[in-house]
Design a protein around this ligand. Sequence first.
Ligand SMILES: [Zn+2]
Length: 199
Amino acid sequence: MDPEPGPSSSAGTDPPPPPGPSQAPPQLSRYEAQKRRDWNTFLQYLRNHKPPLTLARCSGAHVIEFLKYLDQFGKTKVHAAGCAFYGQPNPPASCACPLKQAWGSLDALIGRLRAAYEENGGAPDSNPFAARAVRIYLREVRDAQAKARGIPYEKIRKRKRGGDGGGGSASSSGAAAGGSSSSSAVAPAGEVSGGGTSS
Ligand SMILES: [Zn+2]
């Protein structure tokens, strides 16, 4: 099942402004206009790439590089592991952690670019935006941001309790865990997997 980029992730959805004076015609839908802007942004990125990079030679690794490049335009605070607000959705103060692109923005962006690539003549089986590495990267970003921001983008699989519970008897979690009875026993382990790549 694919995670739906919900409407809650409204902050920081705007990538950098499109290069050049070309404006999308007004009859385009919002999605189509955004897709065109994203595509132009990516082509511009390729043009400025050093060493030069053509679309035909673009791989999933280059797409990931592009996503990391976009982080500098992000507006979403992602706390570092050492920050006091790590894992807090609403920190009481500001901190020096960097702003990044929210996972939901990147996920939606990749979807648009994947479509644009094929609409512009790219073959589906060479689509770098559909590369497995890109899927894996997005999943890692999602999980890392969910932890850092304290916001589960979807049901977080299994909540890890402090310490490694290597006590020998690996009984069913939740039942044997004394003290605070968490609700973690409800989530079936390993059921939620993003792209079906579970190895
Ligand atoms: Zn922070």
